[in-house]
Design a protein around this ligand. Structure first.
Ligand code: FES
Length: 150
């Protein structure tokens, strides 16, 4: 099927099967490799992107559900001039270890702060619960999010 969607502010037109996971489209059709494949089953959060402002697991989101929508990936989180404040905080706090899950972590954190600029520690932990990190960087993730929160 032919469909179009907006990815990181750019209109993209695709010829693709509607049940193709959004993650494949992002990585293989559009070449945006910052979004990662972890479990492929909607369980780990590594593939988190925003669809119309909401965090979604792109591995288990058929691309047809994103038709006409606005997708933001880690590459589009900041602006062309600078990183998003969370990306800066991730660097300052040395959050990543292997780094594999971190784009999904940041996308979930960005949604939290977009909806709650002053989250408590409990709010942060609750919001990040669905994003798994096998390196166990959780305490640094919380510290980085707290540093950006008001
Ligand atoms: Fe999508 Fe794990 S790769 S939730």
């Amino acid at each position: 099927m032919a469909l179009s969607l907006t990815v990181n502010g750019e209109q993209r037109s695709l010829e693709v099967e509607g049940d193709t996971p959004l993650l494949w489209v992002i990585r293989d059709e559009l070449g945006l490799k910052g979004t990662k494949f972890g479990c492929g089953a909607g369980l780990c959060g590594a593939c988190t992107v925003h669809l119309d402002g909401q965090p979604v697991r792109s591995c288990s989101t058929p691309v047809e559900l994103a038709a006409g929508g606005e997708v933001t990936t880690i590459e589009g989180l900041g602006d062309r001039e600078r990183l998003h404040a969370l990306q800066e905080a991730w660097i300052e706090h040395g959050v990543p270890q292997c780094g594999y899950c971190q784009s999904g972590q940041i996308m979930s954190a960005a949604h939290l702060l977009a909806t709650n600029a002053s989250p408590s520690r409990e709010d942060i932990v609750a919001a990040m619960t669905g994003n798994l990190c096998r390196c166990g960087t959780y305490s640094r993730i919380v510290a980085a999010v707290e540093s950006v929160a008001n």
